[in-house]
Design a protein around this ligand. Sequence first.
Ligand code: SF4
Ligand code: MG
Length: 335
Amino acid sequence: MTPPRLLDIRGLTITLPQRDRRITAVSGVDLEVERGEILGLVGESGSGKSLSMLAVLGLLPRSAKVGGSVRLDGEEILGAPERRLRKLRGKRVGMVFQDPMTALDPVMTVGAQLIETLRIHEPGLSRSLARRRAIDLLGQVAIAAPEQRIDQYPHEFSGGMRQRVVIAMAIANDPELLIADEPTTALDVTIQAQIVELLERLRRERNLGLVLITHDLGLIAGLADKVTILYSGAIVERGPVFDIFANSHHPYTRGLLRAMPGAEAEGERLVAIPGTPPSPASRPEGCPFHPRCRLAVPRCSAEAPAFRWFGQSMAACHLAEEAARMELRETAHGV
Ligand code: SF4
Ligand code: MG
């Protein structure tokens, strides 16, 4: 028998109350992560990426209704009692959020916070042993002189160093899965690269499964094994990173690729996707991307596209074959 997947999400649907009705914020999302694998979850803000992961962790407000299935190592955790979820968070699933300051307590030393994190799941751990483990963790996330740093406060650390501390806290109890929500967005570019390197190393050394939530396809290119693209609460395309970058079959993905900074060659220009993503309350009929899509035909506003396979990836677009032929780059002179 093959062992169960580390994370297996099927048909995740989230509705939220809005005035006198409920709106569907996430609809029918499937995601899988194996041990040692990095999944990039990509989309503009409001696409449902963070909501989906908060649902996994049981961290949505009570007014949210969540349907579908979330299995961790074969065990259903959707709708599990709060006591069980609390044991799971930190111990089996670590979390890293965008702004390290929200994850750290400004009036506690970094060491005290790490020790507290360790002792939540191991209450019997002695202070001296916990302190030694905390120093070791700071070393693992490449903080120099951890014996001195451990007694300092978060404000004595730079932004990148703070994010390292948050990552140390997230891995303190040796989780199997790490969920990182925009972990580098608040950091400058060189520091971003160092955090990416750290995540990659931790994945390798600990065989961690990692869900990397981002709007930055560039980050995904260098780090993830596979990628899932969300638009307006639903998946539009998914597959191995190489296939998606080399041969995407969805106009939205291709639009994101065109808008990706840093990839343009001389004489080419970046082209942003026109318009803004719809709010879940006013999602267009048919293909939700149709008001922004360069390829849209009348069918697109009437009929929601089904998923089709293209090699190892799948895309939901009526005109996927045409999409795969769309130019990724425009010359600055040609248009
Ligand atoms: Fe564009 Fe139509 Fe494909 Fe939607 S289904 S992405 S509107 S071509
Ligand atoms: Mg978000």
